[in-house]
Structure formats: structure tokens, C-alpha cells
Write a protein that binds this ligand. Structure first.
Ligand code: ZN
Length: 471
């Protein structure tokens, strides 16, 4: 993490420009943002060219922060100074972008790599109101710290983060006052969570449902329930994936990581909102006792599922977790996040998550949080057309209906059957969970996507509690 300090702007932009360039630094143009970054060789970076009273939107300020982050993440740069006075909101957004782009992913190399691990220690960000910016940052800093934590978890390979290790990460939140319990292995079947068990039964480390609770101001209030897909590695099971890029399947627990991040934020804020997190954790492995295509398994709600494709396992573990949540917690609002389908990546790329909801009120809450957090979503329909493709000849439903409708919609439709009667939204984050390329905006790899959105959802519920009747 980079130490952030907000300071009242003292140096006029033009003077800064001259001073830094006079010291022989290289300029980095950002004409679309109306400014230039100027770097000198002695570990100091200034930003010049934005008028002292410029109003940069938070979107542009985050982009500028990310570009600064890309420019300063190199050996020898210890301190970053921006020398134009942004409004406090833009200054905070700039700090966010700077940290998210500059801080490296946790290194797994045996030998240190000065280039890859370079990161400044401190940033001084000029603003018109340093006191307001400091206050806003006090609330925002834990969110960014949680996003970095989530990102690091997604980055870990499956031999470093198996279901037990993911549970141990969840348990680290107990120190913040989050209660953490788990239902593991054979106990899943006893609790009726047979789908989670079926997905993880061939793995050396048993599957589990991890239940986290932040009590908020009223431990009996109808909670916000957050459900995350936590597949620590997805081989596809007997419906084996092709080998190309299969290593990326270490990141199939990005939804669970986002939920962990959100719980950490709620606790760090001592939020009055009661938040329950459910992590549906399993490794989808191959073995003599792996679930086979055609197996019929009883879900937590008593219905039966014909598993025609063992690679459509995310919707199976989520179905059990959603049904368990509906029965155990009577959620005010439940939201699940999952790296669920390739179809959503083909539809929306890596820029927006697919949003599905049975409730317009819930969808608009998510859209509001997405706008506030700058983690974008796009609502897609829960179509009933083509839904009969999920009809099974032998069970109540099957988990996949190839080719009849986009799979992201089938998956959402499948989940909707298990979400109970309350307001529910589903975020398919298969595209947004990671950045596919190294750019000025982003490093390649996991983003910790969803932590900021969920934090803004919790923040929104703090000021505007959920009162809508279930849709
Ligand atoms: Zn899969």
C-alpha cells in the first residue's frame, strides 16, 4: 500500500511544469486528460498542465491516477507529488487509481525482481480541500486495501490456495469482529448441500461452505447476503477443459475473494449494515469418485439436478449457497458474484460485468453502486424464452442447455430457481475479474473486481436502508 497524504496546493501548475522539466525529466503526454506527467530521474514525479481550478470528474481522475501509477512504478521512485489542485472527490479517485495501478501483485519469484516489485512509498496529492479529502480517504482506504487483498488471493495458484487455505483467509477476518464458521466435506451432505459436495468430492482438499457474518447495528435485521463462487481450481471435471490457458482457472474464486473483501470493508467501517457472506468453496478436480455427466444430485432446496456438464459447476455450488441463504437468513437483498461463463466475456468483454436480477429495485441499487465505484455493469435479461432447454428428462432441472440461448443467461436462469422469494441479483464477473493485458490503466491479471462495488452498495444501504418489498 502507498501512504497517501492530501496537501493544499502550493505550486502553480505552470511553475511545476517548468521546474520538473528543467531537471531533465521525460514528459508523458496525456492530451485527452489535458495534462502531462513529467518525470525526473531522482524519484520524483510531478503532474502539470491541469489548471489550478480544474474540475476533473472522478472517472477521469482515476484514469489519471492509474497513468501516474504506471509511470511511477519503477525502481528509484519513492515519492509521488501531484501539483494541481483537484476537488476532494477527484483527489481521492486519483489516489485510488494510483494505488490500484502502481502496487504490484504479490511476487511468487524465488529471487527479488527490482523492476517488477518497484512501488513508491508515498504520494502527496494536492487538493483544494485537504481536510475533506483526508476524511473521504479514511473511508476509502480500507476499500482499496481490501481490493488489493482480494486481488492477491485470486493471483495465488491452486497449490498455494486450496479450499482449506481460502477458508483460513476468511478466518483472518475474525480479528475484525466477523464471525466465521464452515460446513466441510461430509458435513455438507448432512446439511443438504449435496451440490457443493458433488463438485468438490474428487479433490484432495474437501469442499466447504464458509459462512461469515458482520452483525452490524442489529444482529436480527434482515441482512445483505453476499454469495461468492469459490472454485480454487476448475479442471472442468470429467467434462475436461482444453489445456490452452487452463492455468487461468486458478482465478475461478474471484467472486469469493470479492465477498471476503466486502466483509473486511464492513468490519473496518464498523458498518451498521448486517452483512452475511457465503463462500461456496470447492476444487473441481478429476478422480475415481468425480461426479459424472448424467449424475442426479439433490440440491439444498430439495429439488434434483441432472449434471449434464461437470464444467458448469459454478452454478451448482451457487445454487446450494443461495438456497441455504434463503432458508437460513431471510435476506433483505442477496447478491452473488461469480466468474461464471465464457458467454459473458464474449458479450461484454472485460469492461463490464453481466447483471441479472429478478428485481428492478435490486438492479438499480447495483447500478448505483457500480456508478459510484467505477466498476461497471450491464444488465442482461433473465429470459424465459429458451428456458425449457434446462428441462431434464430425469430430474427437476439440468445444469446446462447447450446452444439454445447464451450460456450466461441460462446460468442466471438456473440460479434464479434457487434464490428464494427475496430480492436477488447475480453478477457474472468472468470478464471483469481480470485484465487481459498490461496497459497504462492496468497490470495484466486479477483486479480484485467487485470489492469497490460491494463497498459502495454497503455504503448506500447505510444511508438508504433496503425497504422495498420483494419483487
Ligand atoms: Zn467450470
Amino acid at each position: 500500500m502507498i501512504r497517501i497524504r492530501f496537501v493544499a496546493a502550493a505550486v502553480p501548475a505552470a511553475a511545476a511544469d517548468a521546474r520538473i522539466l528543467a531537471r531533465g525529466g521525460a514528459a508523458l503526454e496525456a492530451p485527452d486528460l489535458g495534462c502531462a506527467l513529467a518525470a525526473s530521474g531522482d524519484g520524483f514525479i510531478g503532474v502539470a498542465g491541469v489548471e489550478a481550478d480544474a474540475t476533473l470528474t472522478p472517472d477521469d481522475a482515476e484514469t489519471l491516477g492509474r497513468r501516474i501509477g504506471a509511470a511511477v512504478a519503477r525502481p528509484g521512485v519513492a515519492r509521488v507529488v501531484t501539483e494541481f489542485a483537484l476537488g476532494p472527490d477527484a483527489a481521492v479517485a486519483l489516489a485510488e487509481g494510483l494505488i490500484l495501478r502502481a502496487v504490484p501483485l504479490p511476487g511468487l519469484r524465488g529471487k527479488p525482481d527490482a523492476e517488477a516489485d518497484a512501488c513508491p512509498d508515498e504520494a502527496l496529492i494536492a487538493t483544494r480541500d485537504a481536510e475533506l479529502a483526508e476524511r473521504a480517504w479514511a473511508k476509502r482506504e480500507p476499500v482499496i486495501a481490501a481490493a488489493l487483498w482480494a486481488r492477491g488471493l485470486v493471483h495465488l495458484p491452486a497449490n498455494r490456495l486450496d479450499p482449506a487455505a481460502l477458508e483460513a483467509e476468511a478466518e483472518s477476518l475474525a480479528a475484525l469482529g466477523v464471525s466465521v464458521t464452515s460446513i466441510v466435506g461430509g458435513a455438507l451432505a448432512a446439511a443438504g448441500l449435496n451440490l457443493i459436495h458433488a463438485v468438490g468430492q474428487a479433490a484432495a482438499t474437501p469442499p466447504r461452505l464458509v459462512i461469515l457474518e458482520w452483525p452490524g447495528a442489529d444482529a436480527n435485521a434482515a441482512p445483505l447476503v453476499l454469495v461468492g463462487k469459490g472454485i480454487t481450481f476448475d479442471t472442468g471435471g470429467i467434462s475436461l477443459k482444453p489445456p490452452a490457458n487452463m492455468e487461468e482457472m486458478k482465478g475461478d474464486m474471484g467472486g469469493a475473494a470479492a465477498v471476503l473483501g466486502a466483509l473486511r470493508v464492513a468490519a473496518s467501517w464498523a458498518s451498521p449494515v448486517r452483512v452475511i457472506g457465503l463462500l461456496a468453496v470447492a476444487e473441481n478436480a478429476i478422480g475415481a469418485n468425480a461426479t459424472r455427466p448424467g449424475d442426479v444430485v439433490r440440491a439444498c432446496d430439495g429439488s434434483t439436478v441432472e449434471i449434464v456438464d461437470t464444467d458448469a459447476e459454478g452454478r451448482l455450488v451457487l445454487a446450494d449457497a443461495l438456497a441455504y441463504a434463503a432458508e437460513s437468513f431471510s435476506p433483505a437483498l442477496s447478491v452473488d458474484l461469480a466468474t461464471l461463463t465464457g458467454a459473458v466475456v464474449r458479450s461484454l468483454g472485460h469492461a463490464r460485468a453481466g447483471l441479472f436480477s429478478t428485481s428492478d429495485a435490486a438492479a438499480s441499487r447495483i447500478e448505483r453502486a457500480a456508478a459510484a465505484s467505477r466498476e461497471a455493469v450491464w444488465r442482461l435479461p433473465l429470459m424465459r424464452e429458451g428456458d425449457d432447454a434446462l428441462d431434464s428428462e430425469v430430474a427437476d432441472v439440468k445444469n446446462c442447455g447447450w446452444g439454445t440461448a447464451p450460456d450466461a443467461i441460462h446460468a442466471a436462469s438456473f440460479l434464479s430457481r434457487f434464490a428464494g422469494g427475496g430480492a436477488w441479483a447475480h453478477l457474472d464477473i468472468a470478464g471483469t475479474a481480470d485484465s487481459p493485458a498490461l496497459t497504462d490503466r492496468e497490470r495484466r491479471g486479477p483486479r480484485g473486481w467487485g470489492v469497490r462495488l460491494l463497498a459502495d452498495l454497503i455504503s448506500d444501504l447505510e444511508t438508504d436502508p433496503w425497504t422495498s418489498s420483494p419483487a
